[in-house]
Design a protein around this ligand. Sequence first.
Ligand SMILES: O=C(O)CCC(=O)C(=O)O
Length: 268
Amino acid sequence: MRASLIQIAVDEGESVESRRRRMASLVRGQAGTDLVVLPELWTTGAFAYEEFGSEAEPLEGPTYEAMAKAASDAGVWLHAGSIPERTPEGPLYNTSLVFSPSGDLAAAYRKIHRFGFDKGEAVLMGAGAELVTVRLPETVLGVATCYDLRFPELFRGLVDLGAEVFVLPAGWPERRRAHWTLLAQARAVENQAFVLACGTAGTHAGVPQAGHSIVVDPWGEVLAEAGPDEEILTVDFDPTKVTTTRNQFPALKDRMLGLQPPRRQPDR
Ligand SMILES: O=C(O)CCC(=O)C(=O)O
């Protein structure tokens, strides 16, 4: 399979509309690739909290329309990164969209772990509650977003649903780039799965972005890594390596489920 991760720069100097047009054209340029992956919240920037409300769109809004068309023009599976989704019932969500090569929506995933502790996304957006996988002809994708990378139990849940390739759009800050690389490799090794993690470049809301989108194989080896600037990272990988790795080193079969807390010792 061939995958392309489009690490676009999200800078304040460019309007959302211009970046959306530019992204659609970059996706159209990926014809011949099987799977294209975009970053988290690339219309506004993941740290542009003040833009979330004004730039939020319904699920089938302008980004959906532009990306559905770009996927079908290029004939690719497109993980279109995420949008700030406005819902009729009120809350915003950080929602990822996955399109099939005919431009149909194959899946939508609302980010489960919101970043910011007591501010930013954590207070402005609602939490998703459902794990999402997408079946491609060659493999099964497991979908997660940015801060989710810090929560291994989410990825185990995706493995239990059959995921072999984790696709993770992000807007990871430069300040914690070492964690990004380490956690991407950890999620790959512990789950014996591919990790395709696509971040942004540039600086928005005063937060320099890490870039360094990365593709890791089920043995934890880095197949490709971008630099800090805008870049399209293209990689060829063999999804059957997941089954081979899981058969040759069957650590997942040794999982001990349902571990109990320690029994209380009697007082002496
Ligand atoms: O976990 C981190 O260090 C970064 C997470 C983040 O930036 C996000 O989820 O938007």
